[in-house]
Design a protein around this ligand. Sequence first.
Ligand code: 6DK
Ligand code: ZN
Length: 365
Amino acid sequence: MTTGYVYHELYGWHDTGTHASLAPADPRRGIQPFHHLENPEAKRRVHELLVVTGLIDRLTRLTPRPATDEEILLVHTPGHLARLTKANDTGGDGGDGSTPFGRGGLDIARLAAGGAIRAAEAVLEGKVDNAYALVRPPGHHAVPDSGMGFCMLANIAIALRAVRRTHNVARVAVVDIDVHHGNGTQTVFWEDPNVLALSLHQDRFFPPNSGFVTERGAGAGFGYTLNLPLPPGTGTGGYLEATRRVVLPALRRFKPDLIVVAAGFDANALDPLGRMMLTPRAYREMARMVLDAAADLCDGRVLCVHEGGYAAAYVPFCANAVIEVLAGVTEPFREPFSFDNMGQQELQPHQDAAIKATEALLGDI
Ligand code: 6DK
Ligand code: ZN
């Protein structure tokens, strides 16, 4: 098993500043400056864990390159690219007021989208069996005409549009396990029956008023957008059940040529934003199920693109669990926390009801 791996030090140099993301710092109002939640720490520590354990030596390192204007414009409007370009010398905001970036931020965002492209190319060309792109800034909230929710460019959507021009890949399933709704990916592929956009997320969280089970795509794309909003407090039992009853059947019906996982780790039990309870074991088992399905459906072609995850001490163990599965590691790393035995990790009735609601829509794939 060969696993491609994308990381670049510049991903840690994307500067989101000191405006606490949910409340702009304002000493006059008693709101003390704080590092932005989307800061380099969690992702840098994922990379450092791979180095320190030596897992990185089993991965095939892929060098990211910047996404070009032409590639960005496959998804975004000229207006959005112009806005980012204009602010690149000074720093600015991606468009929604909560997507700050420092000087040169667009260059780093290009390297994140380009990292996703590189990883997709490597998988589709058979240079690697699967790949993990540990990119930053994240991408799944960015919509064609704006950045949003810490996302400057729609990394996954750009990568998919780019490789669909150059490689033989007709159908792609995107499985978004970030705790927030993958609204950007959904918007880009809303009318596209060749991209299944499936998002598991915390019910009515971010973006506001987004990610409802009733959002299903339109035109030829109707049925190929699938949302599973889960109640806050969902743990391993609920997510594994959702994977068995919704994700795997959706993949089997859709028969993708490539599976992309929007790998956010903010549904972890220690996350400062998400209110879910996942553990490294949960991420490992979800990854195992998706990889096994990929082996049956698309020669094992899985691409993970990192999204959110804000518990700097815990995210490395969660991401490491996924990367171990991709790389075929048989002796898993022993993570030091023990949240697997917390109460209500098992599936609860209201979680079951949420899963049922999405399960009922699988027939339209
Ligand atoms: N703002 C992400 O993890 C980003 O999905 C999450 C962005 C959350 C923004 C913070 C937030 C609100 C809430 C309610 C109303 C307005 C604004 F993209 C990823 F990084 F992956 O909750
Ligand atoms: Zn998120």
